[in-house]
Design a protein around this ligand. Structure first.
Ligand code: BEZ
Ligand code: FE
Length: 353
């Protein structure tokens, strides 16, 4: 840390010097060596933090400032404090950097190979660059990731986990949905469209013991395929809520059968999908995160067996074990289906390295 007091002779014309000082300071900030810069209120002085390897380097840097001959500098060497929270150790830093190097190199190598194998042209490269910009501007990176990447991460991370199958989270979960009261019914409009259905089942551990008070965080699209909070139509909180299991691990909630939907067609993810000639549809599904103390939370979806697009889900998230078969319950027009969830015991944290 350097406290700098600038003492210019009162009669000195220093506009040019100050402009050069500003330019040099911004250059050093941009290259990462001038990490913090604070003005001391009411004085021609600042407090700065520099990231340098040695006192010599700091001296070289300070003496490169156009105002250096007029600066009174007090230097305090700062070291990492062992009690600071969330500070990776040197070993953790080294391992993270190795991991970053491995992943980034591998991904870039495969991109480079694809470019060479497919003889990608400069025009195509410029179009891809524009598409990257469009995805950022449209805020679609989470959507793109969840449509085209998340399913592989999910299968790879949880493919051999004990208990029920999970699948992707997707971009439409909202945390802190209201905890509902029994008899459970997802909040819906008085004129909500879609077949009424009752969903029942049990939550158990891998030995079959019931998990009392387990939580099911449920969210779904309406019958037209719209999610509340993300798409015009449904009011805030529509078809979202948290449901708890009883002492015997059983749960029951009422809702409507959701509709299939397309990812947004007018954005860059939709344009990429159309350009490749792929279907933009997701089949009808209900999302759940099932959780209980001492167990791994299960992020999953239940797919309605009568839905179209079960076999060409744009997000590649359908698993056979997650397909349900709603049937009439005999109570009016109501349909119903049952699904039992088995939660794996919580993993002991794996030490880094
Ligand atoms: C969803 O399930 O809601 C979803 C998943 C991936 C991309 C878009 C939507
Ligand atoms: Fe969904």
């Amino acid at each position: 840390m350097v406290q700098m007091e600038v003492r210019l002779p009162p009669e000195m014309e220093a506009d040019d010097l100050k402009a050069r000082e500003r330019a040099r300071s911004q250059e050093l900030q941009r290259d990462g060596s001038w990490v913090h810069l604070w003005r001391v209120a009411g004085r021609y002085a600042n407090v700065s933090v520099f990231d340098v390897g040695s006192p010599d380097e700091l001296h070289e840097l300070l003496s490169s400032l156009p105002l250096f001959p007029y600066i009174d500098a007090h230097v305090t060497a700062l070291a990492r404090h062992p009690s600071k929270l969330d500070q990776p150790t040197e070993e953790e830093r080294r391992l993270m950097s190795e991991r970053a190097n491995q992943l980034i190199s591998d991904i870039l190598r495969r991109v480079h190979e694809a470019i060479v194998e497919n003889e990608v042209t400069y025009e195509e490269y410029q179009a891809v660059k524009q598409w990257f910009i469009d995805v950022g501007e449209a805020g679609e990176w989470p959507l793109f990731g969840d449509v085209y990447i998340e399913h592989v991460v999910e299968k790879n991370a949880f493919g051999d986990r004990a208990g029920s199958q999970g699948t992707i989270l997707g971009p439409f979960h909202l945390p802190d949905a209201p905890v509902l009261e029994a008899p459970y019914e997802l909040p819906r409009r008085p004129d909500e469209q879609g077949d009424r259905t009752v969903v029942t089942g049990r939550v158990t551990d891998t030995d079959g013991n019931p998990l009392a008070g387990a939580n099911l965080d449920v969210w779904q699209a309406d019958a037209s395929g719209a999610y509340s909070g993300f798409m015009p139509g449904p009011p805030e909180g529509n078809l979202r809520g948290q449901v708890r299991t009883r002492d015997d691990g059983r749960y029951e909630f009422r809702t409507v059968i959701p509709g299939p939907y397309t990812i947004p067609l007018d954005g860059p993810t939709g344009r990429l999908t159309a350009a490749a000639g792929w279907s933009p549809w997701r089949p009808s599904h209900i999302h759940l995160i099932v959780s209980a103390e001492g167990h791994e939370p299960l992020v999953t979806q239940l797919f309605i067996d009568t839905s179209d697009y079960l076999h060409d889900d744009v997000a590649s998230a359908v698993k056979d074990e997650l397909i349900v078969h709603p049937e009439p319950t005999g109570k009016g027009d109501e349909l119903g289906f049952s699904y039992d969830f088995v939660l794996a015991p919580i993993h002991a944290p794996v030490p880094v390295g």
